[in-house]
Design a protein around this ligand. Structure first.
Ligand code: ADP
Ligand code: MG
Length: 568
């Protein structure tokens, strides 16, 4: 695990005063545009907060960032007599000479962010060091830095950027809608949270909490927020000295490279060689034109990184890149060959972007009765409640809240549907098939080829129209038709891989995977008739309370429990 504190701003390091860099140093630093759009501002402010050793970072956005961007941190703050200097061009506390760039423990070093932001917006900076009794506030604009004022505040720094690009209408024209700019910021903050698992991040967009990480290193919860719970649960963790992260199994791919997140020493960046190594390791298992989802975190000695190649620090050059690439490729191959990790229990309740963030349940919830299985006493009130609810509602596009005589029930929509589909599949010998929009070619390895050739008739009966066309290639024209199910084309490589497992239980396992892939996802809005149908179908299954993998489908809060908790 990447310990951000040890890489960035080591607590032992003296904080040096902010000083203007000498001209010969400035000349050697890659110069260029830093503030292109709202997310550039957020990136610089968050970098500064991390550089200040913050463990708590709050970002606030109004109107896509054009109205207001605020970043508040609990870092070491700026001494009162240096606040004006922070707005001077090429003034920084992070390096003194060009050599320091190659021994960098911070994200920033150019001393350009604050002045560049102030040139295109109104910036107020409130700060207090731990040693100071009071805080300091200054407001900077393109013209000047206003007079210092004393304010009362906690140690740390808050930078507020108002009216971004108000004086540069040309720049505004190049921006997308407020929604899109906000989404860019949200992605950036989530990725930074992945790069800094020990820092608590919170992002508020137009007054609504859009994202929060707990700083407890719970990667899966953040991944679920980025990619949805289903995908996040399938990502495989890998980790060898200084290289760690998550990668998607071959069944989960994307049509572009947008989902590759590379973090080097806490810096979101791209290094071509590293990303190529990752894709090369995947190549044999990837369908053409598809790319993995991956988070790669590298911790390297600062002298192996040259961050001075891109003005917005979006790219770094690496020494020993080939060696690193090989280490990464080996870790990826190993993780792909391994059986899937058991997803952390945490991921279960983390919902997709923009959805309700329910508190994650602790392992033991006293007083909350979870009905196990559908049999016997426990199952009966559940089935009755699902069949005749007094009222029901979908919440967070993930759960169905059911009010019944016997209390409240929370039903996980994905698992419920998965249970329903799984039982249907198990009960039928033949499944209808549904043609894919375009046939998909799958290249298997020799072992898989042998297995699949043997199992072609069974696969055919299950609705897979799968044809061998030479060597290790198979052409798939259709997949099982599952009513009301999700599109299966993306899942196909994974499903076929499941079917190729040297394993007597392969058919049951394939059905479970099919059910999981076809089941309605969390994050999908469902109308009231669909909800009722889902509950009715679930009530008719043999074990409504547990999914095919044994995880809970339904939580029950009895009237008794609620009375006790509310002390009515
Ligand atoms: P750089 O980060 O490249 O040094 P900036 O313009 O981003 O340049 O910031 C200038 C200086 O202001 C930093 O070197 C740092 O000393 C100080 N500073 C900026 N933001 C913060 C913050 N959130 N907490 C503490 N110090 C900060
Ligand atoms: Mg900076």
């Amino acid at each position: 695990m990447l310990a951000s504190r040890s890489v960035l701003a080591p607590p032992t390091a003296e904080t040096r005063p902010i000083q203007v860099l000498p001209p010969d140093v400035v000349e050697q630093i890659a110069a260029g545009e830093v503030v292109e759009r709202p997310v550039s501002v957020v990136r610089e402010l968050v970098d500064n907060a991390l550089d200040a050793g913050a463990t708590d970072i709050g970002v606030e956005l109004l109107g896509g960032g054009l109205e207001l961007i605020r970043a508040a941190d609990n870092g070491h703050g700026i001494p009162a007599d240096q606040v004006e200097l922070a707005f001077a061009r090429h003034a920084t506390s992070k390096i003194g000479s060009i050599h320091d760039v190659y021994a960098l423990h911070t994200l920033g070093f150019r001393g350009e962010a604050l002045p560049s932001i102030a040139a295109v917006a109104e910036v107020s900076l409130a700060t207090r060091t731990r040693e100071a009794a009071v805080g300091t506030l200054v407001v900077a604009t393109a013209h000047d830095v206003g007079r210092r004022q004393q304010i009362a505040r906690q140690p740390g720094t808050t930078v507020t950027v108002r009216h971004l690009f108000a004086t540069v209408p040309a720049r505004r024209r190049f921006l997308a809608s407020a929604r899109t700019e906000s989404a860019r910021v949200a992605t950036h903050v989530r990725r930074m949270a992945l790069g800094h698992p020990r820092v608590r991040f919170a992002l508020t967009i137009d007054g609504r909490l859009a994202f929060a990480s707990r700083g407890l290193g719970d990667d899966r919860a953040v991944l679920a927020d980025l990619y949805g719970a289903t995908v996040a649960a399938e990502l495989r963790a890998f980790g060898v000295d200084g290289t760690d992260g998550y990668i998607s199994p071959r069944s989960v791919t994307r049509p572009d490279r947008q989902q590759l997140t590379l973090v080097i020493n806490g810096r979101l960046t791209s290094a071509r060689g590293v990303l190529e190594a990752l894709e090369t390791a995947y190549r044999p298992v990837l369908p053409r034109g598809r790319h993995p989802i991956a988070l790669v975190r590298l911790t390297l000695p600062p002298e192996d990184i040259d961050p001075n190649v891109h003005p917005a620090k979006a790219m770094v050059r690496l020494r020993r890149e080939a060696e690193l690439a090989e280490r990464l490729a080996a870790a990826v191959r190993e993780a792909l060959a391994r059986a899937p990790d058991r997803p952390a229990a945490d991921a279960d309740f983390a919902l997709g972007p923009g959805q309700l963030n329910l508190p994650r349940p602790r392992r033991r919830m006293t007083g909350l009765s979870l009905r196990e299985g559908g049999q016997g006493q426990a199952g009966r009130p559940l089935a009755a409640a699902l069949l005749a609810p007094r009222s029901l509602a979908q919440i967070g596009q993930a759960l169905v809240l059911v009010e019944a005589e016997s209390g409240l029930f929370l039903v996980d929509q994905h698992r419920a549907h998965e249970r329903v589909i799984y039982e249907r599949l198990r009960a039928s010998d033949r499944l209808d098939s549904q043609a894919l929009l375009e046939p998909i070619v799958l290249e298997l390895n020799p072992h898989q080829t042998v297995q699949i050739l043997e199992r072609l008739p069974t696969l055919q009966a299950l609705g897979f129209d799968c044809q061998h066309f030479g060597h290790h290639d198979f052409l798939v024209r259709s997949v099982p038709a599952i009513q009301g199910g999700e599109d299966l084309s993306e899942a196909l490589p994974g499903l076929i891989a499941e079917a190729a497992r040297v394993d007597d239980g392969w058919r049951a396992r394939l059905l479970a995977s099919l059910a999981c892939r076809a089941a309605v996802r969390r994050g999908r809005g469902l109308g009231s008739p669909e909800l009722r149908r889902l509950l009715g179908d679930l009530a008719a299954t043999t074990t409504p309370a547990a999914c095919a993998h044994g995880s809970p489908v339904v939580l029950h809060f009895s009237g008794e429990f609620l009375r006790r908790q509310f002390r009515w």
